[in-house]
Design a protein around this ligand. Structure first.
Ligand SMILES: Cc1cc2nc3c(=O)[nH]c(=O)nc-3n(C[C@H](O)[C@H](O)[C@H](O)COP(=O)(O)OP(=O)(O)OC[C@H]3O[C@@H](n4cnc5c(N)ncnc54)[C@H](O)[C@@H]3O)c2cc1C
Length: 514
């Protein structure tokens, strides 16, 4: 029987990265993934015969240094250098194109404001960037290395200059609405710029908390956080991560759900002793690293009897309700959007920020919003092989959609939401509905069930201030080690959170090896 040093639970991108780095350091690693496909929330699946799409459509948060460190170019992955415009759609006005440095289609003054806005965000994002790829010190930790991390942050903020530093402290916790109101006049432009701070969270434009921080963390990715779609598709990133893991010696087993983390121990304390698989097989190892979300890891796989009651309660109280649904359409041809030569960007369907706010108001009370807001991409314009020749895939993130609604997500309720979404699409791209060969709509509840993520949450747990940095997911487990010796976390529920960045998986491996 093969002896393993480390068992990784979950083959999302973070699990794969953590496994590879541990194996490269000489550990014998086995990775166990419940689903048939690797990639977790970033896996590409066939949703209709001949039509493929990943749940996570675009890349923006993965830093170049992770791609380089893993030598993904040697495993068939080529990052795209073509960034996607952010396009503010409006029912009655022409679309506004937001590029890296300029805005097209808006009033003259808006372009100047956009330059100032981007320059402010870039300064702050650059100062914070090193901290997404570091283990956060424990709150009570007085070790020199931990104090140095705080000191480094202080120096980074201070060297921005006094004015920028004060401005950073002023805007860091602002609601997105207040921030964009200071800079822009156009309603649809404001709404589109809000989106990147809000998507994947339960924050709306008026919510103060971490939305500005979310924007800044996303800007630490390559191209300053601008979105891309790999020309070979998102599947080429996941295949490269798989290939790198195999080359490093990782044993990968898919369709292998873990049902229990085995916690043993003696009079000296607890110690992880391996995992029990759903098929009854036991795999022993003294280190288990879970990329499953924190609630799944602790409440389902470890179980409350092995945990301190206070810790269990903190995990139980984590806010993990997801509010993003996914719409995938198989289209017989390319739709024509009003005012656009080609729908080759990320298109936001909000006329104004209140469209987002009102959608959130309904969702937080468990109701389907009258007018949900969508971020639409047509990935088949950028990546080959997602649809049959001449046909296209439309993928949209839909906000805010509750995981639970009164009476449950019946087929009729899903159809009601789908009809609303198609009607909105028809307003922006007249006749689009006639092109639909098949529609797939995944609610947060579907995402939870199909992808094994509590609440179907984009980040595994809300990235709010109380669940961020040295508090993520809780202060007892924020350095990837957990209260159970030998058990570690390495997924989106750990610092610095979700998105396809690879930071959590890499940071966890570094923490384990340090
Ligand atoms: C609708 C939606 C759209 C998104 N779009 C984007 C986007 O465009 N760009 C972007 O950067 N991010 C996007 N995200 C977020 C991003 O996909 C995630 O934050 C990221 O993929 C999380 O990666 P991970 O490896 O930490 O976890 P996951 O990808 O969730 O992987 C965890 C893995 O663990 C497995 N697992 C769980 N329990 C067990 C068990 N008991 N046994 C074995 N295996 C188990 C799961 O099956 C899963 O494969 C999106 C998220 C959602 C929900």
């Amino acid at each position: 029987m093969t002896q393993h040093d480390t068992i990784i639970i979950g083959g999302g991108h973070n699990g794969l990265i953590c496994a590879t780095l541990l194996a490269r350091a000489g550990q014998r690693v086995v990775l166990l993934e419940a689903n048939r496909n690797l990639g977790g929330l970033a896996a590409t699946r066939e949703f209709f015969s001949g039509f493929n799409a990943p749940l996570a459509s675009t890349l923006y948060a993965m830093p170049e240094k992770i791609v380089a460190e893993l030598q993904l170019d040697q495993h068939g992955y080529t990052p795209s250098s073509q960034t996607l415009d952010l396009i503010a759609l409006s029912r009655n006005e022409n679309p506004i194109h937001i590029k890296a440095d300029t805005i097209g289609g808006a009033e003259v003054g808006e372009s100047t404001s956009y330059g100032d806005y981007q320059s402010m965000l870039r300064t702050f994002a650059k100062a914070l960037a090193p901290f997404w790829s570091k283990t956060m010190p424990a709150i009570s930790d007085r070790k020199l290395s931990s104090l140095a991390t705080f000191g480094h942050l202080g120096i980074k903020l201070r060297t921005m200059g006094r004015a920028d530093m004060l401005e950073f402290f002023r805007v860091a916790m602002l609601p997105m609405r207040d921030l964009v109101d200071e800079y822009f006049k156009s309603e649809s432009l404001r709404a589109a710029l809000c989106w990147d701070g809000l998507v994947g969270t339960s924050m709306a434009p008026r919510s103060p908390n971490q939305s500005v921080i979310t924007v800044l963390s996303r800007m630490a990715g390559s191209h300053g956080g601008l979105h891309t779609i790999p020309s070979q598709g998102m599947s080429s990133l996941i295949s490269a991560l798989e290939s790198a893991a195999i080359a490093a010696g990782v044993e990968i087993r898919t369709e292998t759900p873990v049902s229990k983390v085995i916690v043993g121990g003696d009079e000296h304390g607890q110690q992880v002793d391996g995992v029990l698989l759903a098929n009854g097989e036991t795999i022993r190892a003294s280190r288990v690293v879970s990329s499953a979300d924190p609630k799944t890891t602790f409440l389902n796989l470890v179980g409350a009897p092995a945990l301190e009651i206070e810790f269990t309660n903190r995990i139980r109280r984590l806010r993990t309700k997801g509010y993003v649904a996914k719409l995938n359409l198989a289209l017989s041809s390319l739709p024509k959007f009003k005012g656009l030569d080609e729908p080759n960007g990320r298109m936001i369907t909000a006329d104004k920020m209140d469209d987002l706010e009102f959608a959130w108001d309904s969702a937080k009370y468990g109701e389907i919003p009258e007018t949900p807001v969508m971020e639409i991409v047509i990935p088949s314009l950028r990546a080959r092989g997602l649809a049959p020749e001449g046909k296209h895939v439309l993928s949209a993130n839909v906000m805010y959609i509750p995981g639970q609604i009164s009476g449950g997500w019946t087929a009729a309720k899903k159809q009601e939401l789908l009809s609303r979404l198609i009607a909105i699409l028809d307003l922006h791209a007249p006749g689009l509905s006639t092109l639909v060969e098949h529609a797939e709509l995944l609610t947060p509840e579907d995402i939870q069930n199909e992808f094994n993520v509590s609440g179907g949450h984009w980040h595994h747990a809300e990235p709010s201030v109380d669940q961020l940095l040295m508090m993520r997911p809780t202060y007892e487990a924020a350095q990837y080690a957990t209260p159970i010796p030998g058990l570690y976390l390495c997924g989106a529920g750990s610092h610095p959170g979700g998105d396809i960045s690879g930071n959590a998986g890499r940071n966890a491996a570094k923490a384990i090896l340090s």
